[in-house]
Design a protein around this ligand. Structure first.
Ligand code: SAM
Length: 282
């Protein structure tokens, strides 16, 4: 076992299949002095599976500040600590960010160990041609806040990636159908890496019926990926690409003017679209 550096190692762990753990993650979990974890019993299951006896410390959203202070003391004594969440990558819709910030602010080293993440796993199997995606994670549980958030996301020129709980998936998908353009598609990825893994792609409007068709379709853990909105009428994909590229470097008026010169499209239409793009991305 190589000597561990005096650092906080942020370690991604499986999202279902216990085999999805990197060699480096196993070496690190074996080598550190302590594993800080969201749920000690859950982490013990993973550690026992790999014959790792390192002590654990609970670090969850309700005690993160105190637990982080304790980790900083240990790191200050020269110890090495791993941080894991219940599943996937810590800090991604999981505790970890506050700890990482505190450790970094204390001038101590943070070392990420990349690995499983449900959003990336879903994207990798979704097969969408969209170049960009925006990770949203969980939407608000309250209907009004959720619908407002979806309406604000409607013009964003990117695929959208959501996490959702089984008891809310039908409600959320129904809101997506009502508030997003009907030409968009959805990929429903449930139980990734597990026995009943299912990845289904369909027109967005067909999703509520699919979910309701079989009780199993609403069971387990979900990632929902919605394809990007269709290009605006009158502006083809190439013009849109030129405009977006110029907009990344220039103010709206100048980007629209140059895009019009390059593509021959009317300046007014490009200016209006440039404003939409700018507002969608801020
Ligand atoms: N940190 C995790 C990650 O890196 O993906 C996410 C943790 S978040 C608390 C849990 C949510 O992630 C679930 O409600 C579900 O939306 C998604 N998720 C986690 N594991 C999944 C799986 N095996 N299949 C589908 N979605 C999953």
């Amino acid at each position: 076992m190589p000597d561990m550096e005096n650092a906080l190692y942020v370690v991604a762990t499986p999202i279902g299949n216990l085999g999805d753990i990197t060699l480096r993650a196993l070496d690190t979990l074996r080598g550190v002095d302590l594993v800080a974890c969201e749920d000690t019993r859950h982490a013990r299951h993973l550690l026992d599976h790999h014959g790792i006896g390192v002590p654990t410390l609970a670090l969850h959203q309700h005690n993160e500040n105190e637990a982080a202070a304790r980790l900083i003391r240990l790191l200050g004594e020269g110890k090495s600590v791993a941080l894991v969440s219940d599943a996937g990558t810590p800090g991604v819709s999981d505790p970890g960010a506050r700890t990482v910030a505190a450790v970094r602010a204390a001038g101590l080293r943070v070392i990420p160990l990349p690995g499983p993440n449900a959003a990336i796993a879903a994207m990798s199997a979704a097969g969408l041609a969209d170049e960009r995606f925006l990770f949203i994670g969980f939407l608000a549980a309250r209907v009004g806040a959720r619908r407002t958030a979806i309406a604000e996301l409607a013009p964003v020129n990117a695929a959208l990636v959501f996490y959702e709980a089984p008891h809310r998936v039908l409600e959320t998908v129904t809101d997506l159908v009502e508030l997003l353009e009907p030409q968009r598609e959805i990929v429903i990825a449930r139980e990734l890496t597990k026995m009943f893994e299912q990845i289904e792609r369909m027109p967005l409007g067909a999703a509520p019926t699919w979910l309701a068709a079989d009780a199993n379709h609403q069971r387990g853990e979900f990632v929902l990926v919605v394809s990007a909105p269709p290009p605006r009428e009158g502006i083809d994909a190439e013009t849109e690409r030129v405009l977006a590229a110029l907009l990344a470097e220039l103010p709206v008026r100048q980007a629209a003017k140059l895009a019009a010169q390059i593509t021959g499209e009317p300046k007014n239409a490009l200016y209006a679209r440039a404003l939409e793009l700018k507002n969608a991305l801020v």
